[in-house]
Design a protein. Structure first.
Length: 88
């Protein structure tokens, strides 16, 4: 969620969502359009690339659950997950 903090309310109702049918490829263009409209234009490409790569990692290794919170982007557009929980 783009606002962050501890008092963001019902994040699920505010979060951007992307439905991806089984077998369909995730593309950076679709991620930018459906998930990143509120992200600064100069950061969208790197963040979309990270999301597509993360999804491939999740799918290819048959994860049951993967959560990253928080996720930050540095001034040089490097994406850094600060905490992660996962189940394989």
């Amino acid at each position: 969620y783009h606002e962050g903090g501890v008092d963001v309310g019902d994040v699920d109702s505010k979060a951007e969502k992307m439905h991806l049918p089984t077998g369909e490829a995730m593309t950076e263009a679709a991620v930018i359009t459906k998930l990143l409209s509120k992200v600064a234009a100069g950061k969208q490409a790197n963040l979309a690339s990270f999301i597509v790569s993360l999804f491939a990692f999740y799918r290819d290794l048959h994860f049951a659950y993967l959560e990253i919170n928080p996720l930050v982007m540095l001034e040089d557009n490097t994406v850094v997950p600060l905490d992660m929980a996962a189940k394989i």
